[in-house]
Design a protein around this ligand. Structure first.
Ligand SMILES: Nc1ncnc2c1ncn2[C@@H]1O[C@H](COP(=O)(O)OP(=O)(O)O)[C@@H](O)[C@H]1O
Ligand SMILES: [Mg+2]
Length: 421
């Protein structure tokens, strides 16, 4: 679990790249690195609907292969260095291609003239070898992005590394800032179906919220969405949990996919309040989100879980920004805690946001059904939450954690040994 590269993956897929539609992709590439990178790209969360077949070869093999067979939606081919051979190969391939097949060409020449000549052949893109997994994903996404479609939402998934760390509170406050401070249309999805507190925390009782959509996803359309979502304001919307024990169920991946598809086409930001759970469906939601925000406290259980989750999620999502850490309830009176520096070193990342324990502020907000900025906009925790919202909205990726050298476990072990100190 301690792959060295994962905290320093330097490249992330740009935030505009959305789920690539269902399509078939074939590739003929001589270069083993490019083949491996394309295989990695095909494992990316944005490519789950793509069926791929990656073969050794070049445009020459592809041309003879498809003379006999129908072409896939998307074809990626290597071209030989020799220009004449490359062009003849592409011409033969063009004759074999079904209309509608898109072709990406990979070559070794980094030259504008060559690029223009290839593009004139009607190909969709020319990429210079070696091509990274991220380049493959972004190129494919750009070919299939519908130019007329409005930009799809960003999905922010908040979860606690253990229960009760304030994850729902943080998700709700950040969503409030995205909507009310940054003026972006935002919806919060409460996926804590039996116990969710989204409605209560915004002083709203009633409605079935998200239940109907998750139980009967085929019925969900913009009309049903509009009817079941509660509008706090013009920009902030709640998809509340039923919080009823008799209707307990685990949402299916298909239902979750449908709900996310529909909400993503209606709002700029989708903030998911995911309960602390490692059920398959919850893990699926986490892995498929654009940003993951792990909320924790400065205790040993939080530290161990945060480290495990951070490592797992970073490794599973090599083409994404690493999860963000939010450290909550620091400086609680009389409560011993692990110093922030040690904690950051053990997990391998600095917290993106640190909040202090403030019973009065959070208690008042909870009792009034308000967000903390509505209670006291100048409070340092209110400002820290606002700052976190801005950080997330900037859509920039801090790809490197603060891990330095050595085994990532060494500091953790040291801490565990010194727990009485
Ligand atoms: N920084 C804080 N200081 C004091 N109380 C807090 C703080 N953050 C959250 N809380 C309170 O902790 C409780 C649990 O928060 P909640 O968001 O429901 O946690 P989770 O979703 O992680 O289970 C709530 O009563 C909330 O108001
Ligand atoms: Mg919660």
């Amino acid at each position: 679990m301690s792959e060295a590269g994962k905290h320093t993956n330097g490249e992330a897929v740009s935030s505009g790249s959305q789920l690539i539609p269902r399509l078939t992709l074939h590739a003929f590439m001589d270069d083993a690195t490019n083949r491996a990178n394309l295989e990695a790209a095909c494992r990316d969360r944005r490519m789950t609907r793509v069926t791929s077949e990656i073969m050794e070869g070049s445009v020459l093999n592809a041309a003879s292969h498809y003379a006999e067979q129908p072409t896939p939606n998307l074809l990626i081919v290597d071209v030989p260095d020799d220009r004449e051979t490359a062009f003849t190969g592409l011409q033969n391939l063009a004759e074999a291609c079904d209309p509608g097949t898109q072709v990406i060409v990979v070559g070794v020449r980094n030259d504008v003239g060559v690029y223009r000549d290839f593009m004139r052949q009607g190909i969709s893109e020319y990429l210079v070898s070696p091509v990274t997994a991220v380049q493959f994903i972004e190129t494919i996404a750009s070919i299939y992005a519908a130019p007329a479609a409005q930009p799809m939402a960003r999905v922010y998934c908040f979860t606690g590394v253990k229960g009760g760390v304030g994850s729902s509170t943080i998700a709700q406050n950040v969503a409030w800032h995205l909507a009310e401070t940054l003026n972006e249309s935002t919806i919060i999805l409460d996926l804590d179906l039996p116990f969710g507190n989204l409605g209560i925390n915004f002083n709203y009782e009633g409605g079935k919220g998200i239940t109907e959509a998750l139980l009967e996803p085929d019925r969900l359309d913009n009309v049903l969405l509009d009817r079941t979502v509660y509008k706090v304001s013009d920009r902030l919307n709640l998809y509340t949990a039923p919080a009823m024990l008799d209707s307990g169920f685990d949402p299916t991946p298909k239902a979750l996919e449908k709900v996310l598809d529909v909400v993503k086409s209606n709002y700029a930001n989708v903030v998911i309040d995911l309960p602390h759970s490692w059920a398959n469906w919850a893990r699926g939601v986490l892995l498929a989100s654009d940003e993951i925000i792990l909320c924790m406290q400065s205790d040993l259980v939080s530290l161990r879980n945060a480290k495990n989750l951070y490592d797992f999620l970073s490794a599973q999502r090599p083409n994404d920004v690493n999860p963000r850490l939010v450290l909550n309830m620091t400086e609680a009176p009389k409560r011993p805690e692990i110093p922030i520096k040690d904690l950051a070193e053990a997990v391998g990342a600095d917290p993106a946001c640190i909040l202090t324990y403030d019973n009065s502020l959070f208690g008042t907000a909870a009792n009034n059904g308000q967000m903390v900025s509505e209670v006291d906009a100048k409070n340092k925790n209110a400002l820290a939450l606002q700052e976190l919202a801005s950080l997330l909205a900037r859509r920039s990726g801090n790809m490197t954690g603060s891990a330095k050298g050595n085994s990532p476990f060494a500091p953790l072990l040291a801490l565990l040994k010194g727990r009485k100190a």
